[in-house]
Design a protein around this ligand. Structure first.
Ligand SMILES: Nc1ncnc2c1ncn2[C@@H]1O[C@H](COP(=O)(O)OP(=O)(O)OP(=O)(O)O)[C@@H](O)[C@H]1O
Ligand SMILES: CC(C)(CO)[C@@H](O)C(=O)NCCC(=O)O
Ligand SMILES: [K+]
Length: 241
């Protein structure tokens, strides 16, 4: 559960048998989850939503399947991944789990970009310690902030994100946001220095951002799910084999 949407997938043995997403408040899309056939023995959740939203979802899942969902919380360490926060539980568990997931794809230094409601950029050293990260407003938040606090930044057209200088309000805003998003990642990479980290992208705008940046990388939309499975098994909560 992110700040804009919830994503879910159902695993049966080695296979993913169903998946979906719903925006908060979209009860029709949400009910696709509730009406999915199958009898999950366990339900694992990564959430950065408010406690009331978590409680409501947990209630529905309990009613539907009679299973107590397990909410992952950010720990100080998991395996060789070590949190940099003095108060580890304050780090969004989506960031933590995506890093954990990315570590399974790559043993070297890595940079993880999650382009969701917020754009997060996190660096993990080869040995596994979190070097630190950045939290930046995502494209929709940037656009809303501009519209809220200006009178004349207004437009009707829908314009794609690209890096060319804009020749209308719509282009200047959308291209400016693209520049801010890709520029932030480029500068984070410059700041990171060497060895050059392996780049990973996830989140709703991850693929677009990877293309805008043009420095290659791996777009892996399921990194949070993958990390959730690592953490659930590491917690002794379940065995996946
Ligand atoms: N294909 C796309 N191209 C460009 N921007 C996109 C695309 N898809 C989504 N976005 C933008 O990226 C941002 C994040 O997208 P989205 O809300 O789907 O992410 P998310 O990963 O579900 O977020 P969260 O996990 O925070 O709920 C939004 O501002 C959205 O407008
Ligand atoms: C930054 C977001 C919103 C990204 O989804 C989430 O990870 C979050 O709510 N984090 C809490 C603050 C932190 O990670 O330090
Ligand atoms: K996210």
């Amino acid at each position: 559960m992110g700040n804009s949407s919830a994503k879910w997938r159902m695993r049966l043995g080695e296979g993913i048998v169903a998946r979906g997403m719903f925006r908060h408040g979209d009860s029709v899309a949400r009910d696709t989850l509730i009406s999915t056939p199958g009898e999950p023995g366990q339900i694992w959740i990564s959430s950065v939503a408010r406690p009331e939203v978590e409680a409501e979802l947990a209630d529905r899942l309990r009613q539907r399947w009679n299973v107590e969902p397990w909410f992952a919380r950010t720990p100080a360490r998991c395996g060789d991944l070590v949190n940099s926060y003095a108060e580890p539980e304050r780090m969004g568990v989506d960031r933590w789990l995506a890093m954990l997931g990315a570590r399974n794809h790559c043993a070297s230094r890595l940079c993880l970009v999650d382009a969701g409601s917020a754009l997060t950029v996190d660096l993990v050293a080869a040995a596994g310690h979190h070097e630190g990260g950045y939290i930046i407003p995502g494209p929709a938040l940037m656009e809303r902030a501009l519209l809220l606090d200006t009178d004349r930044v207004r437009f009707e057209e829908s314009v794609d994100y690209n890096l060319r200088p804009g020749a209308s309000t719509a282009e200047a805003v959308r291209h400016g946001i693209a520049l801010a998003q890709a520029g932030a990642v480029a500068l984070a990479l410059k700041q990171a220095g060497s060895p050059t980290p392996t780049l990973f992208f996830c989140g709703g705008a991850g693929e677009t951002l990877m293309q805008l940046l043009g420095q290659g990388g791996n777009y892996l939309p399921d990194l949070v799910f993958e990390g959730l499975e690592v953490m659930a098994s590491d917690s002794g909560f379940v065995r996946l084999d």
